[in-house]
Write a protein that binds this ligand. Sequence first.
Ligand SMILES: O=C(O)CCC(=O)C(=O)O
Ligand SMILES: [Fe+2]
Length: 303
Amino acid sequence: MRSYQDSRREDVVNDLCRASETWGFFQIINHGIPVNVMNGTLEAVKQFHEQPEGVKREWYSRDNAKKFRYYSNGDLFRSKAATWKDTVYFDFSSGAPDPEAVPLICREPVFEYERHIEKLKKSLSELLSEALGLDSDYLGDIGCMESKRFVSHYYPICPEPELTIGTINHSDASFLTLLLQNHHGGLQIRHQNQWIDVCPVPGAILANIGDSMQLVSNDKFKSVEHRVVARKTGPRVSVACFLVPGETQKSKPYGPIKELLDEDNPPMYRETTFTEYFGFYLSSGNGLNGESVLPHFRVSESK
Ligand SMILES: O=C(O)CCC(=O)C(=O)O
Ligand SMILES: [Fe+2]
């Protein structure tokens, strides 16, 4: 006989599966991350951004090797337009950065948030594996969500929002993105060619399926196109955690998961490494003009 907990888990897995197939996106309410940890993280990064330019300047960098950096328009020179936001980046790809490399004002709250996200990531990795019909350890074993990169955006109040945009439409290159946002909306997802507002739900974490997950799931899960519009209200603060392969798996080839393939479900994509995918993503300007780079990795129909 199935226990209550088994059937409850089955419901959660079914919900995740439906949302990932249809929307490429879901909200998590019961994630176990205390509200004060989430609010503390948003407040800490907001405080960093609201310091005088002179203080922030010391952290300004466009050097990808830095474990923490502050910048505006990360896609400068690649994008057609500038966007209405500033960003800070925390690289947890080889564990927590050296504390000294991160400003004191946001160090402890973000480090604590990361420890909670690690636990949530493990649960989601199991649930998403099951949603794909695989053993619960599958996605964990292939290491595709081993590393975390946090990006926190600050979108100031915008006097003329119709003239600009907060974040240009794009889908994420990651396997999964976990997003925390404050109560100022602006995030929209594209569903059936319509832009739909993702209204902030207090205490919720949003999960976006990224392109890499669409590729390994052989199109079962869909990556979600999204953008952030500029607004007269704000400031909007968000903290996105991109889950990507670990340092040792970045150059490992990932392709459609063999267990998901059969005669009726041939592989839709060729194998690629995350390094190759991400390099192509950046160089072709994904995230800048909303054109997915996934088709470039598709196996041609004639093959
Ligand atoms: O700020 C947000 O809510 C979304 C940001 C985003 O989509 C990204 O950084 O990829
Ligand atoms: Fe995104």
